[in-house]
Design a protein around this ligand. Sequence first.
Ligand code: SAM
Length: 280
Amino acid sequence: MCVAATGSAQLTALPPLREVIARHGLSASKALGQNFLFDEQLLDKIAAIPGELDGAQVLEIGPGPGGLTRALLRAGARVTAIERDARCLPALAELAEAFPDQLLVIEGDALKVAHGIDGPFHIVANLPYNVGTALFVGWLGGESWPPQWSSLTLMFQQEVAQRIVAAPGSSAYGRLAVLAQWRSAARLALKVHRSAFTPPPKVMSAVVHVIPQTMPEGVSARMLERLTEAAFGQRRKMLRQSVKGLPGALAALGKLGIDETRRAETLGVGEFVAVARELS
Ligand code: SAM
């Protein structure tokens, strides 16, 4: 049977995901942080967050049985997917067959394997918390900018998503917010109820969307990281205490007219950038 799908060339009708999971014995592994999404409407909503995907390159991390992958392929994306769990590969191979030339699956740990895609590409992932945060810090850190990726669409625990988009003055504001906002625009794109996952995790989730922006001139990413590490490492302390171990930091605060009795969480992202520029 030939089924037409918007923006893609799907050759065969796909069986329901739950059937695929049962047929391939894909019981969710706790160790691999597996919580699967089955709701097609929700998956299409997530796949729409990066914008128009017809013909675009997408790097998906952790496709699992392929629910989100299907939505990306339906949207016409050319997907390279990295999956650690070899049990998922036969199900993903069926998906690659149904969408010829649209899906390449790489088996491995996304923290270690190379994907070999030349940019630009969108990154989309529903990952376990620890892997997602480590990759996020890697994608947003580093001196080289702009990055090869043109957007990040990532599922996190809601509490982590709130830390990424947090504004100064809130308890969620910290290193992750500065990292995500100093040369990118980050927004909370979609809240996802825990009951949408199988099995449901203990906490609510949310999808964050990040787009790279122009990098402020004269600022070392490493220096900004050292500064926020010091400042938020002792977030209850005044800056004159928390950053005093960073050579030149107190002088930079003075030069910029930033009161050293303030605490880290009161400094805007632009103020952190200005101090880091003085130190870079
Ligand atoms: N994307 C699917 C969905 O939305 O239903 C599965 C999501 S599940 C939360 C996370 C997936 O990431 C699992 O398939 C798991 O095996 C995979 N995974 C976990 N750690 C990984 C890693 N280090 N590298 C690649 N994949 C990983």
